[in-house]
Design a protein around this ligand. Structure first.
Ligand SMILES: Cc1cc2nc3c(=O)[nH]c(=O)nc-3n(C[C@H](O)[C@H](O)[C@H](O)COP(=O)(O)OP(=O)(O)OC[C@H]3O[C@@H](n4cnc5c(N)ncnc54)[C@H](O)[C@@H]3O)c2cc1C
Length: 386
């Protein structure tokens, strides 16, 4: 690594600087890769700390290889969750069918880990080497010939060689660089709510339960110390709501799912009054190009595959690993590196997006009684498709 001398703006004149927006899977894994390549990395995260919560992340195949290169696989293995039993329920709580997943049926190595545990592991891997600024975001970007000039919401300016947008489905970087974010949003026709609460007694540990009605679903994931409470519902078009107004979103869940029956009244009671939850439209991000000049997108910001794909966390880590590999291959040519990153990764992303778009909603929330009955017959015959 080149030795450091700092100029008056805090920039290390001996190393190229890189700025990353978003400190989740894409941002932290990209920070690790760029730091290893010798960049002086700053991560800005809009939230006051790491954004916690959400369902566990599946880790397999290339994601394991990347975490191995980062020296993190042992830490992941130590936190891996036990095998999980998946049960599909009727309104009277009888089991329509069940499967065991995560390990016991899988032929290849596969881990499931709490989203928070993986965030902590990735943060621990960069915390000593990378500057992470919480409560900050980018206000404006100005690309020059040799650098990008970035102004933060505290008014400070940074001149960096590379800027990486890892700020998720509603990416600020995408909006600032590529224009109105919604032109790239491909709405899949529904919404997903998820809240992690202390163990509720509503579901056994290491078990998931799913109850589906036409256009709606409720889900419980049980662990020894916590319960995930999930709801999904279909809509023909996007609902107008203020994504910062959490009370309004809780009311939406109550209105859409409150009369579902099954264990839903108890589930809603366990999430009442707490604004710390995940709620978002189910959508994909489909862009014709993931980079512009010295700015490149990684993870949900550039190619969100949607919660229906079950691969969002892995895809973010794979994206970060592929970007670092491309920059290593073309060390002084970011344009070639960005092109290579996209050429290599895009076919895989599009394949996953297509599968989620074709099958995801009908699996999660069958549209009507006929589709639900067909899905229930598949479950009874042992073809779960979940
Ligand atoms: C709290 C939370 C819970 C989630 N729960 C689920 C779930 O249950 N099921 C599921 O399928 N997916 C869930 N997701 C989405 C899933 O984590 C992503 O698909 C996946 O992790 C991709 O990672 P990412 O790093 O690209 O994006 P994300 O994990 O979405 O991370 C984006 C990061 O950017 C930050 N950010 C946003 N705007 C700005 C800004 N203007 N400036 C700086 N930083 C910004 C966010 O705070 C966040 O830390 C959740 C995401 C979050 C943030």
């Amino acid at each position: 690594m080149v030795s450091s001398t700092f100029n008056e703006r805090g920039a290390d004149v001996g190393r190229r600087a890189a700025l990353i927006s978003g400190a989740s899977f894409a941002g932290l894994a990209t920070a690790y890769g760029l730091n290893r390549l010798g960049y002086q990395v700053t991560v800005v995260e809009a939230a006051a700390g790491l954004r916690r919560g959400g369902t566990p992340v599946d880790i397999e195949g290339e994601t394991i290889a990347i975490l191995e290169q980062m020296g993190l696989v042992e830490l992941v293995r130590a936190k891996a969750l036990p095998s999980r039993r998946f049960e599909f329920k009727n309104a009277d709580n009888t089991t329509l069918g069940s499967i065991g997943v995560s390990g016991d049926q899988a032929s290849e190595v596969r881990y499931e880990i709490h989203r928070d545990d993986l965030l902590d592991i990735l943060f621990g891997a960069v915390a000593n080497d990378v500057e992470v600024l919480f409560g900050r975001s980018i206000s404006s970007l100005d690309e020059q010939a040799e650098s990008v000039s970035v102004t933060l919401n505290d008014g400070k300016r940074r001149d960096v060689a590379l800027m990486v947008g890892c700020d998720g489905n509603r990416s600020n970087t995408r909006r600032l660089v590529f224009g109105n974010g919604d032109q790239f949003t491909y709405f899949l026709g529904g919404y997903f709510f998820l809240k992690v609460v202390p163990e509720t007694g509503l579901v056994a540990a290491d078990t998931s339960e799913v109850f589906r009605a036409p256009g709606r679903m409720a889900m419980l994931n049980g662990y020894d110390d916590r319960t995930d409470i999930g709801f999904g519902f279909r809509t023909d078009a996007e609902i107008a709501y203020d994504y910062r107004d959490r009370a309004q979103q809780r009311r939406l869940i109550q209105q859409r799912c409150g009369d579902l029956g099954w264990k839903v009244p108890d589930m809603l009671a366990s999430v009442a009054g707490d604004d710390d939850f995940y709620f978002d439209r189910i959508n994909q991000i489909r862009m014709p190009c993931w980079s512009r000049g010295r700015v490149v997108l990684v993870g949900d910001a550039g190619y969100c595959v949607s919660p229906l794909a079950g691969l969002g966390g892995s895809m973010a880590i794979i994206g970060a690993g592929r970007l670092a590999a491309a920059l290593e291959r073309f060390p002084d040519d970011h344009a070639s590196a960005f092109r290579h990153y996209e050429d290599e990764l895009r076919p895989f992303v599009e394949q996953i997006q297509q599968r989620a778009a074709d099958e995801g909603m009908s699996t999660m929330c069958p549209a009507d009684e006929a589709e639900l009955a067909a899905r229930d017959r598949e479950i009874a015959a042992g073809h779960m498709g979940w």
